[in-house]
Design a protein around this ligand. Structure first.
Ligand code: FPP
Length: 246
C-alpha cells in the first residue's frame, strides 16, 4: 500500500537514519581531469571529503561508516597512481590518528593486508589497537578489498578451524567475513555517476538501499550527503515482506 506518511515526510527533518553507511568514493580522477590537473590531485582533494563525511556521521550519530578506498582490482592502475595512493593511505593513518582518537572513532581496516609493506601493516595495527576501545563512530576503510576475496577468505578461515564435519551455515560465513563486527550496511552511496557495486560488500548488500549520485567524490559535501539521507528515509524497506505487514 502507498505509504502516506513516508511520502509526506518533511524533507528537512531527518527521522530515520541509517545505522551503517557504505560509500564508494568514485570520481577523483575525473574531478582532476576537468581541472587539467593530474589524477593524484583528485585523490588529495578526495581526502578532504573523507574528513568531512566522517565529521557529518559523527554529528548525526551514525554508528558505522565503511569507505571503499582501494579495490583488489585497483592494482591494475598505472604504478605511479598506485604508489601515490599507498603513500596517501599510510600518511593519512599517521596524520589523522590523533584526530580519530580525540573524536572517539574506532578505526578498522578491511581487506587483504598481505601485499602491504611491513611498515604499513604495523601502522594499521597500531591505529586499530589505539582506537579499539572507542565507542563513537566505527570507521572501516576498505583497502585492497574485494567482496569475492572476502567470501573466499572467510571460507578458508572457516576450513582452518576444526569444523569439517558440520554443515556450513550462513552464520559460519558471516563470522569469518572482514566486517563481522558491524551490521550489514543499510545504505550505499556511490558518487561519480556509475551505477554498479564494483565487487564491494557483495554478501552484506543483500538488503542495502542503493543510492547513486553524479557528484564526483571531491565535490561531495554536506548538502549532497543530506539529500542522500532524505532519499534513504523515503525508501520503504520491506526485507521480503509486503507493505501491509510493515
Ligand atoms: C576512485 O576514483 C577513488 C579511488 C580509487 C581512491 C579513493 C581514495 C581517496 C578518496 C583518498 C583518501 C582516502 C582515505 C581513506 C585515506 P577514481 O580514481 O576511480 O575516479 P575516476 O572514476 O574519475 O577515474
Amino acid at each position: 500500500m502507498f505509504n502516506f506518511f513516508r511520502s509526506t515526510q518533511k524533507k528537512d527533518v531527518l527521522i530515520e537514519k541509517p545505522n551503517h553507511i557504505a560509500i564508494i568514493m568514485d570520481g577523483n580522477g575525473r574531478w582532476a581531469k576537468k581541472r587539467f590537473m593530474p589524477r593524484i590531485s583528485g585523490h588529495k582533494k578526495g581526502l578532504e571529503s573523507v574528513r568531512n563525511v566522517i565529521s557529518q556521521c559523527q554529528k548525526l550519530d551514525i554508528p558505522f561508516l565503511t569507505l571503499f578506498a582501494f579495490s583488489t582490482e585497483n592494482w591494475l592502475r598505472p604504478s605511479q597512481e598506485v604508489n601515490f595512493l599507498m603513500s596517501l593511505f599510510q600518511d593519512s593513518i599517521i596524520k589523522e590518528s590523533s584526530s580519530l582518537i580525540k573524536n572517539n572513532v574506532q578505526f578498522k581496516l578491511i581487506g587483504d593486508r598481505k601485499p602491504f609493506s611491513k611498515s604499513l601493516i604495523s601502522k594499521i595495527k597500531n591505529l586499530e589497537r589505539l582506537t579499539e576501545k572507542n565507542t563513537g563512530l566505527t570507521l572501516s576503510v576498505a583497502i585492497n578489498y574485494g567482496g569475492r576475496w572476502d567470501i573466499v577468505n572467510a571460507v578458508n578461515q572457516y576450513q582452518k578451524s576444526d569444523h569439517s564435519k558440520k554443515t556450513f551455515t550462513q552464520k559460519d560465513l558471516i563470522k569469518n567475513l572482514s566486517l563481522n563486527f558491524a551490521p550489514d550496511p543499510d545504505f550505499l552511496i556511490r558518487t561519480g555517476g556509475e551505477k554498479r557495486i564494483s565487487n564491494f560488500l557483495l554478501w552484506q548488500f543483500s538488503y542495502t538501499e542503493l543510492y547513486f549520485t553524479e557528484t564526483l567524490w571531491p565535490d561531495f559535501n554536506e548538502k549532497v550527503f543530506m539529500d542522500a539521507l532524505f532519499e534513504f528515509q523515503r525508501r520503504e524497506r520491506r526485507f521480503g515482506k509486503t507493505s501491509e505487514q510493515l
